[in-house]
Structures are given as C-alpha cells and as structure tokens.
Ligand binder design. Sequence first.
Ligand code: UD1
Length: 384
Amino acid sequence: MAGEGPTGLRPVMCVVGARPNFMKIAPILRALAAHQPPIPAFLVHTGQHYDADMNDRLFSDLGLPQPDLNLGVGSGTHAVQTAEVMKRFEPALDEHKPSCVLVVGDVNSTLACTLVAVKKQVPVVHVEAGLRSGDRRMPEEINRVLTDQVADRLYITERSAAGNLEREGVAPERIVFTGNVMIDSLHSHRANARSPADTLRAHGLESALIDHAHGYGVVTLHRPSNVDDAATLGALLGTLAEVAARLPLVFALHPRTRANIERFGLAHLIDPTRMLLLPPQGYLEMLGLMSGATLVLTDSGGLQEETTALGVPCLTLRENTERPITVEQGTNTIVGRDAAAILQGVDEILAGRGKQGRVPEYWDGHAAERIAADLSRWLAAGAH
Ligand code: UD1
C-alpha cells in the first residue's frame, strides 16, 4: 500500500494513459510535491501508449518520474481498452487506498479509471474538465461528458467550460477555474526546446529546406475522423501537397496515421522533398518545431492550445473545437477539411495576415499550483 504523507493524508492517485496526458500530469506532480505541506502522490500509468516514441521520450523530456504502477493495457478496440484499464485499475485502487483519483484530459484511460473510482466511492478530480466539441462521434467527447458527470472536483482551463458543465447539470460549487496545466509544461520547457535544424538533422534531413522564404509549416493528424477513411485521408494528403508547394512541411506522423497511409497505398501523395516525414516527436523537439514554425496544421487539441500560447498561427483541420478560446482569443482558425478553406487560410498567413492572438487568462504557467492549493483545501475539508 502506498504510504501516507507527513500530514497523514493518503496519496492522490494520478492517472496517465496516453501521450497528451503526460504534459498535463508533470506540472501537477511537481506542484503537489512543492505544496506546503506536500501532498503525496502515486502515479499510475495505464499503458495505453507504450511505444518509445509515444511514451518513453515524453517521460524523460518532461522529467516525469517512473510510474509507481504500470497496468500495461496496450492497444485494442475502445471497449477492450477501456475494459482492460477498468479490470486492472480496480485492484490497484483497493490496494493503495488513495485520498482521491486525479485524471486529466479525455482519453479512454481517463474515463475508465473514473468509472472504477466513483463506484468505489473514491472521489474523482478531473483536470481539463468541461471542454465540449458538441460532436458525439468523437470518442474523446464521450469520455469528457461521462467523466464530468461523475467527477467530484472539476478544474477548468477556460471559463466557457463552466457554462458547458452547468448546462449538463454539474453543480457550480464543484467547478474551479485554475487555468491550463499544459501551458505550465510549455513554460517550464520552452528554454530547453530543441532547435528545428537539430531535429531535422537527427533524422538525416537537411535544414536547408526551412530556409525557404516562408519558413516551414508543422503538420500533425491522428483523429480517426481524418485518418481512418482512405478517401478522407487521401483528400487531406492531396491538400497538404498543395500547401507544401507553397511552404515546406514537417509532418510528425502518429503511428495510426503512418499505418493507414501504408494500408491505403497513399504514400505516393507525399513529395519527400517538400513534406518531411518524421516519427512521433519528443516534447522538446515538438516545442522547438512549433515555436519556429510559420504555421501549424493539425487536428490535435493540445497543439491548438500550444500554438495559442506561442503566438503561432494554427489551422485546425476539423469541423469544430472543444477549445473555443483558442479561436476567440488565440491564433487558431477552424478550417475543416475543405481544400479551398485550408489553402485560403495558408495564403492569409503567408501574406502576413495570420492571427496574432493573445494568451488567455490563467495560461500563465501556474495552473498546477492553483490546483494543488485548491485540492489541499478540498481534501482537508472532506467536502466530497
Ligand atoms: C489517443 C487518445 C486521443 C489522443 C491520442 C494522442 C483515446 C480515445 N484517444 O488516441 O484522444 O489525442 O491518444 O496520441 O483515448 N499505437 C502505437 N503505439 C502506442 C500507442 C498506440 O503504435 O504507443 C497505435 C496502435 O496501433 C493503436 C493506435 O496507435 O491501435 C491508436 O492508439 P490508441 O491509444 O487507441 O488511440 P490514439 O489514436 O493514440
């Protein structure tokens, strides 16, 4: 059983599963440890992401400690993955008896551990609560809605999330606006970001490419809605080839996307002299690539936020976003999958008319400290 902290408090069981969780949990673990008195933590990794590229490099870049426990679930259908996490998480909860379970984001591991904990009457704390795309075809949207319905304490990254939660019947006293922990990580590591030239060189690619008049763009794509259908992925790659004719692109390929490009026979749509393919990048590499980019084309939630924090124009290749503040205040534009809209967005940016944006409230590098402070009070009050 995990030990108690100096105040006799049982540990906060912090859960990570997939890549976007790691940059959120790292500052939270640091803030729990730095809090006075320290709040003990126990880190559980469900093993949803397991590749060196998707997992190990991020852990070392972010200075994350090795997990206290790895459930090793791996890949599977949504049902299998969620069920495996639940089956393996339950005995861990019984054994370690945490004061609460803290989950972040919206991946399958987030929901699976939440369901196990609430049914055992262990309080659940959700960081990055209340974001809604309004699109229930997204697996993450289901994970968000269900997690928030049953979580006891909900920390939000932007004020619009409170409205979403209240519309779904969540009591306002459970919601606390603490800001964006992902941006805490960005602040901590920006100075150590790897230069884009070094990253390209490490993959045998010449950085001469990025000396082009317009610099370079960064691309990531991994949403099932964009990459799991051959026609959709083919059309997107065709549009990206047109973008690449204007501006060289650096494309960090998620394993799902790489596999589908091969499976659907779409590799011929990629001109390797204009579109540089990289494996999934470490945190410091990605931060360097984004910081130096002229623009970012993505379907990732995290990149929409990071580009807003960095002031780099972002074109989101989706029909919606659960992060509206990146559009209202930041540098994000939702362009969908329509080739004309994407190219128009690119041309605007290349003409110097990209969004400048401003950094949203509480995206200031101190969100995790606010969470630790609130959590300490809340646990002490036994209000759950
Ligand atoms: C998951 C999250 C998504 C997040 C993304 C970041 C859910 C529902 N989705 O999607 O919100 O944006 O992580 O990457 O939880 N694979 C590997 N190595 C790994 C992990 C996965 O090769 O370490 C491959 C496997 O073929 C697997 C596929 O990627 O089937 C998808 O992985 P999975 O964890 O199911 O979902 P992601 O698409 O990564």
